[in-house]
Each structure stands twice: as C-alpha cells, then as structure tokens.
Write a protein that binds this ligand. Structure first.
Ligand SMILES: Cc1cc2nc3c(=O)[nH]c(=O)nc-3n(C[C@H](O)[C@H](O)[C@H](O)COP(=O)(O)OP(=O)(O)OC[C@H]3O[C@@H](n4cnc5c(N)ncnc54)[C@H](O)[C@@H]3O)c2cc1C
Length: 501
C-alpha cells in the first residue's frame, strides 16, 4: 500500500445530510436564491455550500485597488431590497448590502462556508444528487444528498485568473500580478506600473493606482468602448429630496434605467455608427481635441459586442489628462528584465506588471458530474433557456445578462426554479429533465452564444465547454431581459420540454 496516499486520502464521510435543495455558491445569485426559497417555497429544506470563507463571490474574490461595479446597483441589486447609495458601488458597499440581506432574512443559518464541492452524482434509482465537498478548515470530506441542485457558481474559476503565456515572462525582474489574486503586500508607491488590458478591470485599476504610482500605463492590443457620466441618477436624487419611500424609489429608478438601457441597446443595433460617435465624443470631452482618440479609444467592433464599462466621473480619463496615466496601443513582443518590449520596437519599463487579461471560464464550478455513473459532458447538452440542460435531471444554473445587470436574471431564474419546485411537489414528481420535443428534432444546434452578437475573450476561449443552443427562444439564453421578464414567468411547466417522472 502507498503510505503517502493513505496519509493524504481524506477520510470517507461518516454521515450524509439531506436537503430538498442544495445551492452551490454564496455570491449574489446564491444568496438571492436562498432568499427566494424562503419566501416562495416555505417549508422546503435547503443548504448553500460555498468554497470561500464568506459570502459575496465576485465581490470578495476580487480585491484589487478600486474594485467596483460597472453597472448600476439599482438593477444589480436585488429587486426586493432597495439600493440607497450611488449607482456605481465599491465591492465593500455591495458586500455590506448582501450582508444586510442575509441578516434581515436570517439566511446565515443555511450557508456553510469553506465547503468546496468536488463531485456531484445523480442516481435515477433514488432520484437524488449526491454531493461530496471538502471542508477548507478540516480537510474532511462531507456528503449531502439533495433532490434539486441549484448551480449559482457563476461562470469563471475563482481560484485563478487567465494570464496568457508571453515570451520571456520568467526574465522580468519585477512582480507580475493578476487582479484576481491581488497580493495584500503589493507596494506600488512611486513604482512604474503597466496594466495589460483595457476592459472594466483595467479601467478601474488605472485611476485607483494612478495617484500613488510614479506612472501607470494601460497597455492594450485594441481599444474598448467606455461610457462616462456622473456617478448619480438625477431621478433618484429628486425623489429622495421629496422624501419618497425607498421601496418606491428603487422600483421607479429600476424602471427608468431599464427603459433607457433598452433604448440604448436597440440603438447599438439600429444606428451603431451614431452611438459610436456619441461614445467617442464622451471620451474626447475629457481628453481634449489633441488626444489621439482614434488610436486609443476607437474599437474595431460595434458598440455592445463586448461589455461596455461605465467610467464614473471620467476618473480614468482624468488620470490620463493629468499625465499620471497613459495608454499605449501596441502588441507585446516579449517580456524583458526591465519591462515589456513591444512589436513596434518600443520598450515599456516597469517595476510591476498587472495582467488584467480576464478569466478562465468554468461552466460547472470544477465539479466532477456524473449521471447514473456516466460523466456529464456539458457540451453535449442543449440548454433550456440558459437555465436547464437536456438529459440533466433536477438541476438549474443561473447565468445572468451581459448587456444588463446579472441580478435581473438571477431574480427571474429564482422565480422559475421556485415555481418548478412547487409544481413538482403538487404533481408528486421526483424528477424533471428537459428534453427536445418532436418539433425540435431537426432544429440546428449552435454554440451557446452567437459570437456576432457578443464575443469577449473568456467566452471565445471556453465556448467548446458550454452547452449548445437551438434556434428557438426555448432552447437558448436570449440575453434579452426585456422579453424574458415576461416570458420566464409565463413558461408552461407542462410543456413537453419538461419530462417528469
Ligand atoms: C470584477 C468584476 C466586476 C463585475 N461587475 C459586474 C457589474 O457591475 N454588473 C454585472 O451585472 N456583472 C458584473 N460582473 C459579473 C459578475 O460576476 C456577476 O454579475 C455576479 O457577481 C455573479 O454572481 P454569481 O453569484 O452568479 O457568481 P459569483 O460571484 O462568481 O459567485 C459564485 C460563488 O460560487 C462559489 N463556488 C464556485 N464553485 C464552487 C464549488 N465547486 N463549491 C462551492 N462553491 C463554489 C464561488 O466561490 C463563488 O463564491 C463582474 C465580474 C467581475 C469579475
């Protein structure tokens, strides 16, 4: 017998706990799911298992300077809990809001932190999922069974971000840091810093660090669109001045924002050139007519094909205008001892290089799934409205919106899951599995997202891991909140797409 294996193998779980529903993850979706279960499925037992030591998901994983939302908190906040602060919020403010939701609704007793789910096995004989998790504090393996698995694990691997391999990285004498694993001891005072990338993360880090660095450079291969404006919502301020109840303000401001966003999104499809010029004019207003906006801020794609980040009070542009920050649009030839050599031949010197280069997509939370003993190949399934999957019983996944706040969808999916659970209870069904109907037999199967519509790097790198979509609304994640807010509550749960046993 191999002694090392004997010593390191976790002890077999001694007991198995059972819950009607098991939620994976205590991010904004999982905590929201827990809230909705307590309100809409009273009496059902449930547990939330979370790898990390606290709630928040994205908002505790990311600890880089300046970390904040890029969409407004009236719509990124839950529909049931008013947001009362400025629309763009820091991670700390979001965590405090989520903490209030947990406390006000006594959700803490349902959440088990430091529980990393490793395996999930469905057995048709007993119509149950068996979940094995490793406890981060004791290393112990613990086992649960559940009737229904609610996947709120997000869409990217929390343990490490995506860093491409560049030539010569090992030669660089300074520090290379990914924003997803920000070192607490990183001292950047008086240092030269390069931030690779120009997405929302880079656009947050650059202004947050600019005042303390000797100089900070945002190095991008190609430009990104940004929207800029005041970090305030006029109608919210007016209603507050009139002493209107916060519950009303929340609802009215949500409707106003969603209306304006619908108009804007529509315009990006119908008049992309006009929208493009408006966005660029917003940048020019901060940087002046001498600045080379064409090279550094004019993307090659049409607006909204990648996430559009909001720059509150133009802080990124203020940093550039004062000369403390700059943008370089070029390609990396290789890393050298003192910095980065660019394809143009220019050398960018740095003490610290921040790789704001994105995420590793992980569709199922790095959990080994089996169904009746066979490994689940997620890419072989077809999605039912981006929430459930053909051949996968008693499971739902929360995948939010790209062009609207994620939480708008996590609330809608929660309503659907609760309705489905109540429907199954009424019917006495132990199992529900989505299946293509006879009329779907010849439906073309396509990648999860149409790259023509939306094509960020992490999705393009990971598309082969994701379920397929069909060409009918039932069999795709349409990314369209404005239709889904009416369509999802109206889903006929006795449609033949749901097979009950
Ligand atoms: C820096 C940043 C800023 C963003 N800003 C916005 C924004 O402004 N607006 C917007 O709409 N979207 C934004 N997003 C997208 C954002 O991720 C989502 O909006 C939202 O926070 C996702 O919430 P979630 O709960 O679904 O998933 P996550 O926040 O990813 O949380 C998932 C949780 O599941 C846990 N988990 C995963 N696997 C397991 C496992 N095997 N076992 C146990 N636990 C597990 C994780 O530890 C994590 O805590 C941003 C993303 C990033 C990275």
């Amino acid at each position: 017998m191999n002694d090392t294996a004997t010593l390191t193998r976790p002890a077999a779980p001694t007991k198995t706990e059972h819950f009607d529903v098991l939620i994976v993850g205590a991010g904004i979706s999982g905590v929201g799911g827990a809230y909705h279960l307590t309100k809409q499925c009273t009496g059902m037992s449930f547990v939330v298992l979370e790898t990390q030591e606290s709630f928040g998901g994205t908002w505790i994983t990311h600890r880089f300077p300046g970390i904040r939302s890029d969409s407004d908190l009236y719509t990124f906040g839950y529909r049931f809990k008013p947001w009362t602060g400025a629309p763009i919020a820091t991670a700390a403010e979001i965590l405090s809001y989520m903490g209030e939701v947990i406390e006000e609704n006594d959700l803490g007793r349902h959440i088990r932190y430091r529980h990393k789910i490793e395996r999930a096995s469905w057995s048709s004989d007993v119509a149950l999922w068996t979940i094995e998790a490793t406890r981060g504090d004791t290393g112990e393996t613990v086992r649960f069974t559940t009737n229904f698995l609610w996947m709120c694990q997000g869409y990217y691997r929390h343990s490490e971000g995506y860093t491409p391999e560049w030539d010569g990285m090992a030669n660089f004498k300074g520090r290379i840091v990914h924003p997803q694993s920000w070192p607490e001891d990183l001292d950047y005072k008086g240092k030269n810093v390069i931030v690779i990338g120009s997405g929302a993360t880079a656009a947050t880090i650059v202004p947050a660090m600019a005042a303390d660095c000797a100089h900070i450079t945002m190095l991008q291969r190609s430009p990104t669109y940004f929207r800029t404006g005041r970090n305030a919502i006029a109608i919210a301020d007016e209603l507050r001045a009139l002493d209107i109840d916060e519950t009303w303000i929340h609802e009215i401001v949500r409707r106003k924002i969603l209306h304006d966003q619908a108009v804007f999104t529509e315009r990006t499809f119908n008049e992309p050139e006009t929208v493009k010029q408006e966005l660029l004019a917003g940048v020019r207003a901060w940087l002046g007519s001498d600045y080379d906006v064409d090279t550094h801020f004019t993307p090659r794609y049409r607006p909204w094909r990648q996430r559009l980040a909001f720059i509150p009070d133009g802080d990124l542009f203020q940093g550039i205008a004062t000369g403390r920050a700059s943008v370089v649009t070029d390609e990396i030839e290789r890393f050298v001892e003192t910095g980065i050599l660019l394809k143009s031949g220019k050398l960018l010197k740095a003490d610290i290089i921040v790789t704001a280069t994105g995420f590793n997509l992980n569709a199922l939370g790095d959990i080994a799934f089996t169904i009746d003993g066979d490994p689940l190949i997620f890419a072989d399934t077809v999605t039912y409205r981006g929430m459930m999957f053909t051949g996968v019983p008693n499971m739902a996944w929360v995948f939010g919106y790209f062009r609207a706040s994620w939480t708008l969808r996590s609330d809608l999916v929660a309503d659907f899951v609760c309705r489905l659970l109540n429907h199954m209870k009424r019917k006495g069904a132990r199992k529900v599995t989505p299946a293509l109907r006879p009329e779907d037999k010849d439906m073309p199967l396509l990648p999860w997202i149409d790259p023509e519509s939306f094509n960020p790097g992490y999705l393009m790198r990971g598309m082969h891991l994701l379920p397929k979509r069909g060409d009918k609304p039932e069999w795709q994640h349409t990314q369209d909140y404005w239709n889904e807010k009416d369509e999802l509550p109206a889903i006929n749960l006795d449609d033949r797409a749901f097979v009950y046993e």
